[in-house]
Write a protein that binds this ligand. Sequence first.
Ligand code: ADP
Ligand code: MG
Length: 677
Amino acid sequence: MLSITNLKGVGTQLTKKLNQLGIYTVADLLFHLPYRYQDRTQIYPISQLQPGMHTLIEVEVVKQQIMFGKRRRLEVQLADSTGYIYMSLFNFSNAQRENLKTGTRLRCFGEVRILGKRLQMIHPEYQVERFSPEVETQTLTPIYPSTEGFSQKTWRMLITQAIDLQKSSRSIIDYLPDHPYSLLEALIYCHQPPNDADQNLLEERQHPAQQRLALEELLAHHLSRRKLREKIKQSLATPLPINSDLLNQFYKQLPFTLTNAQQRVLAEIFADLNQNHPMLRLLQGDVGSGKTIVAASAMFAAIANGFQAALMAPTEILAQQHFMHFKKYFSNENINVINLTSRMPAKEKRETLAHIENGTAHIIIGTHALIQNAVQFQHLGLVVIDEQHRFGVAQRLTLQAKGQSPHQLMMTATPIPRTLAMTLYADLDCSIIDELPPNRKPITTIALPNSKRDQVIEKIRNFCAQGQQVYWVCTLIEESEELTAQAATETLEKLSQSFPEFKIGLVHGQLKSQDKQAIMNAFKQNEIHLLVATTVIEVGVDVPNANLMVIENPERLGLAQLHQLRGRVGRGENASHCILLYQSPLSYNARARLDIMRNSTDGFEIAEKDLSIRGSGEFLGTKQSGELTFKIAHLSRDQDLIAEIQQLAEKITQHHPEHIEPLITRWLGNKMQYGVV
Ligand code: ADP
Ligand code: MG
C-alpha cells in the first residue's frame, strides 16, 4: 500500500499526526469519510431560508449596531432583494466593525436561526466585497470528522490527492464484487458528491453509495466480533457452580428483594458460569434498573468457588461507590473487598497490589488502574466491566488476560435494539433487565433558558429546605477538564452567595481521589445539601435522597449522556425533577434534542432518537466515543442492512476466509488487539 508520505504537502509533522489517527496509507485516507456536507454551490434568496438550513447568501449591509445585553454583540442587518436577515457577532474587532459599513456587499455561510421573529446567523463565515462572482465548487463540500491541528482544507487537500491516485492505480480491493455499486465509485461519490446530489439523502446516509460502504463497515465489525468470540469460546474455563442455599443466604441480607427481571438475568448468568467455556455476556438495563447487585451475585459465585472476581468501572467516583456497596453486601461473609485506583498513595498501592497477587483480596474493584501491568491476580475467575460502552475492546481484553480464561460479564445502560446487539456485539450473549425496581417515581424534566436562573435558585431553596438534596452539573467546556473545573469552581462561588443557609460541595475531575471521596461521602450522608459537579458524576452515582438535578448548558451534551446524568435522580421514594438550564439561543438541533429529553425517560427510546439526530462520530478521538463508533454506518437508520450482515458473513467465511482479516483492518484499523487474547 502506498504510504501517505507520497502525497504532496505531507511532511514528517503531518505524517505523525495522521499516524496518531490510525491513518498510514493512501487507502486509509479514502476511508476517512465525511459526516456531513455543505452546499456552497448555490446562493439562496433570503425569502427561501428556513431555520436549521446551512446556506450561502449574498447580501448588503443595511446597518449595524452594538447591543449591550448580557453579552456585548455586534448586530448587522443584512438584505438581499427578497428580505432581511441579521448577523450577530459576539467577538468582534474594530477592524471587523469598520469593514461592515452600510452598503458593503457580503457573502455569508452559516446556520439560519430564528430569534424573536427575525432570521439570524450567529458568527457565520463571511467574505467582504472581493469574492469571485462564481460560486466556489462543482461538488458539495464534504465536512470531515476532525481534531486539533487539522483544518477541513487539509483534509480536502489530502483526500483529493488520494482519490486521484486511486483513479489511476485502482489498487484497493473490492470485497463485495456482487454489489451494484463498486467500491471505488462509492468512495468517490461520498467524498465528492455532484452539486445536484440529494443533500437530505446524503445527510441521512441513505444514498446507495453510502449504503454500500455502510454495509461493508457493519460486516467488518461483525466479523471482528465473531472472530473474537471464537477465540475466547475455544478456551477452557473452570465452571463456577453456585449452591442455592448459599445464594439465598446472601440474598436474605440485602435491603430489598430482587425484581423478576433481576432473577431472570441471574439465572442466565449462572447457567453460563456452569459451563467449562468462558461466559461472554452483555447485561443491558436502563439507568437505575439494578445491575450492580446482579454483578455482585455473580461475583459471589466466583468467590464461593475459591476464585477472585474483579469489577472495572470508568470513573473513580463510581469505583468508590461500588466499593462501599460491596463492602456492605459482603459484610456477613468472610470476603475481603478492596479498591484499586491509579492515584492512591504509593504505600497503600503497594499493599493493595500485594493482596491482589497473594489472593487475600477476593473482590477487587477499580478503575482503569486494574489493567496496568503491575496488577497481577492470584486466581481471577470472573471479570465484570461496568458501563462497558466507556471502554474499548482492547481494555476489556487486557483485563481478561490477567486470568486464565476468566468468565466475563459486561454491563451497559446504553441500550441498543436486540437484532442490532446480536450483529454488532456478535461476541456476546445478551441479557436484558426490562423492569425497574418498584416504587420509582417518574422524573419530570423541564428546559429553561439561562435568563430564568433566579427561578431555578428559588426552586433549589425549597428543595433543600425540605431536607432533600440537589445536584448542579456543569458541562464540559471545549473538551478541557481544567477549564470545566474552573467554571464549576466559579459556579460554586456564585451559588454559595445565593445559599448562605446551606452547605455546598464541589466535585470535579481535577481533585485528588481522597478529596473526591470525602465530598461524595458527605453528600451521601446528607452533610452537603447542594453538590456542584462536572460530568464526573455521569455514571453510576447513587444517592436516593437527591431528587433535583440542574444541568447547565445541556446543549453541550449528547442525549445518551444527558440520560445517564439525569439517571442520578429518581432513585428514591420522592418525586424527582431535572432542569435543563440552557444558553439561548439554541440551534435547531439542540432544541430538538432537549425536547426529546423533556418528553421521554425511556433509555431505549432516547438512544434511538439520539442516533437518528446525531449520527455517528463527529469528533475524532474524544473520550466520549465508546467502542461502537462508525465512520459511515448509522445504527438506527441502517437496520435493514443489519439483516443482511449475518448472511454475508457466512458467505465470506465459507468462500473467502482470506478476505476477513484485510476487511477488518480496513475499517477497524488496529483497534482490535487480537494479540492479547
Ligand atoms: P444501575 O442499573 O443503573 O447500575 P444500580 O445497580 O445502581 O442501577 O441500582 C439503582 C438503585 O436501585 C440502587 O440504589 C439499588 O440499591 C436499588 N435497587 C437495586 N435493585 C433493587 C430492587 N430489586 N429493589 C429495590 N431497589 C433496588
Ligand atoms: Mg450502574
